[in-house]
Write a protein that binds this ligand. Structure first.
Ligand code: DAH
Length: 344
């Protein structure tokens, strides 16, 4: 048989055997049979030695072309088989049926989590970072660094749980202010949600464990109008309606000046109702311009930078947004009470 005919015959049988290979092992057998050391391609290569230079040139090209084609075809077939194997594995693994109705017992988010997520999302879009902080801290962070020296009467505003080694349970999220100023320096925009603890007698309106969301913005030329803008934008977004806000003077050792921020009553829209004691306003959020001593203690020069801070009562906000009458529901673990809130 002429060399070219030999190659053509080889091509025909190779193509048939390749098509018949259904597994990786069969494919490998075809490769060894044709391209292996003892296979026909190798034999043909060896035969080139006995040819004249002209014959060798032509035959060499033919055999090399076939060899290249065969290698490419084997690799390609390998990929196809691999893909098929994967698909069939996925098919047989698919025991989960997404069309079946789900069980009745579905988990739900805690209402405080839902509100915290809303507030975090709004502030994040306004360039604030969301920071984490410990629940057990010390006198320095909770009081001293906030311009509340020992024996200052303002300490009586918050009845503190003291624990061992001079540590305490943080009474407010403001306890993280110093830590965050030292971490980032100025300018800075941060909010920090957290659980707070105070030794309170518990009733429908008071809890010893509650949530706050602290916020701080420090930069050059920050003023009270920035505070009003950010609070109004955030609260309107949380309540899903345009709210009015107003500031009344408030005292906090770590602010100068300090304020109580009120929002227009969400129930009567400011007309006056029992919920707002007919004033049209609801007290919502203590806030203020950060006291220069607090900035300085955080390593920020109050001659160059100013800032505002607020301590939003998340538990109170959740009570208002969802109309929860008894604050004790939040920590009750009562799933009937807690699972009824919208769970986006
Ligand atoms: N930490 C205060 C509290 O829990 C609330 C507060 C007031 C926080 C004024 C602030 C602020 O950041 O500026 O009673």
């Amino acid at each position: 048989m002429m060399f070219k005919e030999q190659i053509d015959a080889l091509r025909v049988s190779f193509t048939e055997e390749l098509a018949a290979a259904r597994t990786k092992e069969m494919l490998e057998a075809v490769r060894v049979a044709y391209l292996g050391k003892k296979g026909p391609v190798n034999d043909l290569m060896k035969g080139l030695r006995d040819m004249t230079p002209e014959e060798r040139k032509e035959a060499g090209q033919l055999v090399n072309t076939f060899k290249g084609e065969a290698e490419t075809a084997i690799n390609e077939k390998g990929r196809v088989l691999e893909q098929e194997a994967l698909e069939s594995a996925i098919r047989s693994a698919k025991k989960f049926n997404p069309t079946l109705p789900s069980s009745e017992d579905r988990g739900s988010y805690h209402p405080i989590t839902l509100i915290a997520r809303d507030v975090e999302e709004i502030f994040t879009t306004m360039g604030f970072t969301v920071e984490d902080y410990v629940e057990v801290t010390d006198d320095y962070h909770c009081f001293e660094a906030l311009n509340i020296p020992k024996h200052h009467p303002a300490r009586d505003m918050q009845d503190t749980y003291y624990i061992e080694n001079g540590q305490l349970l943080k009474t407010h999220t403001s306890a993280a202010q110093n830590h965050i100023m030292k971490k980032y320096g100025a300018p800075l925009r941060a909010i920090f949600p957290g659980r707070c603890f105070r030794n309170e007698a518990i009733d429908a309106c008071h809890e010893n464990t509650f949530f706050q969301m602290e916020g701080m913005m420090i930069d050059k030329d920050i003023s009270i109008s920035n505070l009003i803008y950010f609070m109004k934008t955030m609260l309107s977004a949380v309540f899903g309606e345009e709210l009015m806000v107003r500031l009344r003077p408030g005292f906090f050792p770590f602010t100068e000046p300090g304020f109580e921020l009120d929002i227009s009553c969400t129930i009567c829209k400011g007309r006056g109702c029992p919920s707002c004691k007919n004033t049209g306003w609801l007290e919502l959020c203590p806030c203020g311009m950060i006291h220069p001593n607090v900035l300085r203690e955080g390593g920020i020069d109050p001659e160059v930078y100013t800032g505002f801070a607020f301590g939003l009562g998340m538990t109170r906000l959740a009570m208002m947004k969802y109309g929860v009458k008894d604050i004790r529901d939040f920590n009750s673990g009562n799933l009937r009470a807690l699972s009824q809130f919208e769970n986006e």
